[in-house]
Design a protein around this ligand. Structure first.
Ligand SMILES: NC(=O)c1ccc[n+]([C@@H]2O[C@H](COP(=O)([O-])OP(=O)(O)OC[C@H]3O[C@@H](n4cnc5c(N)ncnc54)[C@H](O)[C@@H]3O)[C@@H](O)[C@H]2O)c1
Ligand SMILES: [Zn+2]
Length: 363
């Protein structure tokens, strides 16, 4: 087992990464001093498998634990599911000493996280991520949110977990496409902060895609280390944390224009990173060879690098302007200088952006 500490003053927590780590959740709650009542919010698709494992581990410590499954899919990040959770928490008589465990992908993490952030003005949250995306991104850093019909993540809160357990054994049942989508975020960490991680991804593609636990544990650990480092320096996105948005400016535009259906988030990020690198080459910030290296790595992991032909640039641009991260109608980019280093707050003229989007459109 390897651990990363998110060293936030007064609310530091550990991210434990390892195969089989979920079996230790009960003892972990003892160490945290958690109360007797535990709500285990989980993705309905994994309630019977990992849900049972975690419930057993928690019950073995003498705690009362109840499984609260939510339907799989983004639609569960809703006011309706949130209200249902609050009512369940009340029925279970959770108190200020109780813990909410979020076992699942980013959907469960964000929903259960927001419920824990707000119920009784905030109770303990333990993240037990079961997708690669959630292990390397959503479970660490304290952002929680639900969606509204008019947009994603519009209602949320910062609520740091007390503990994160990334059990890479859970990734064995993850659909390969979901695994690859999570790898887009891992590649992102390599580009923004760690050339050695990028090189590791180049070298170890076969073992990673085959789902070898050791290889997965290594990339999850390295990713969490980078995210923890960034979040510790900038918890609420006032500065450095913006580097985590690399690939997400165009990525979110593509995601919104595609109606959050056809493409997975990580796939949109892959397209967004390709766009950011192309912009960086055009503005003279990045060497073409480095952009090519990123494109090759994305392709090596079966990720898309072209904008689907049916999406038009205008729709993507309009969606980017609506994004809550764009201020005063000006679109700011995180652009790579080389593999392992980026610059934030780059202003890009609309024409250049439109050109690049057109260039990246699949024929
Ligand atoms: N809070 C943050 O900082 C943050 C960061 C990134 C993304 N997010 C959010 O995360 C969500 C996306 O997360 P995601 O990609 O994990 O999606 P997800 O939670 O929808 O999971 C993807 C799919 O995998 C299934 N699944 C989960 N674990 C499984 C397992 N071990 N085996 C088999 N199937 C499994 C789920 O049922 C689902 O169908 C989005 O809502 C996004 O907004 C939040
Ligand atoms: Zn992302």
């Amino acid at each position: 087992m390897r651990s990363v500490t998110v060293a936030l003053p007064g609310r530091a927590y550990q991210v434990d990464v390892g195969s089989g780590a979920l079996a230790g959740v009960g003892e972990g709650l003892d160490r945290l001093g958690s109360g007797r009542r535990v709500a285990l919010v989980t993705d309905a698709a994994i309630a019977r498998s990992f849900g049972a494992t975690v419930a057993g581990a928690v019950a073995a410590t003498g705690r009362t634990v109840e499984l609260l499954p939510v339907p799989s899919g983004e639609a569960s990040k809703s006011l309706r599911e949130l209200e249902r959770l609050y009512l369940e928490f009340a029925r279970l008589r959770l108190d200020r000493g109780s813990a909410v465990l979020a076992l699942g992908g980013g959907v469960v993490g964000d929903l259960a996280g927001f419920a824990a952030a707000t119920y009784l003005r905030g109770i303990d949250l333990v993240q037990l991520p079961t997708t690669l995306l959630a292990q390397v991104d959503a479970s660490v850093g304290g952002k929680t949110a639900i969606d509204l019909p008019v947009g994603k993540n519009l209602v949320g809160a910062f609520h740091q977990p007390r503990w994160v357990v990334a059990d890479v054994a859970t990734l064995a049942t993850l659909p390969p496409r979901e695994l690859r989508a999570g790898l887009a975020e891992v590649i992102k960490y390599g580009v923004i902060a760690d050339a050695a991680l990028f090189a590791l991804l180049e070298r170890e593609q076969a073992r990673i895609l085959a789902g070898e636990p050791e290889a997965l544990a290594e990339i999850v650990f390295q990713s969490c280390r980078i995210k923890a480092d960034v979040v510790t320096q900038d918890e609420r996105e006032g500065g450095l944390r913006a580097i985590l948005n690399y690939g997400h400016t165009v990525g979110h535009g593509v995601e919104a224009a595609a109606g959050y259906t056809g493409l997975l988030h990580g796939e949109c990020v892959a397209i967004g990173m390709t766009a950011a690198a192309a912009i960086a080459v055009r503005t003279g910030l990045l060497a073409q060879a480095e952009a090519d290296r990123q494109r090759r790595l994305l392709q090596l992991y079966g990720l898309p690098i072209a904008i689907p032909a049916e999406l038009d640039g205008e729709a993507i641009l309009a969606a980017m302007r609506l994004d809550k991260k764009t201020r005063d109608d000006e679109i700011h980019f995180v652009l790579p200088r080389r593999i392992g280093a980026v610059e934030i707050g780059c202003r890009i003229p609309g024409e250049l952006l439109a050109d690049v989007l057109e260039e990246l459109r699949a024929p």
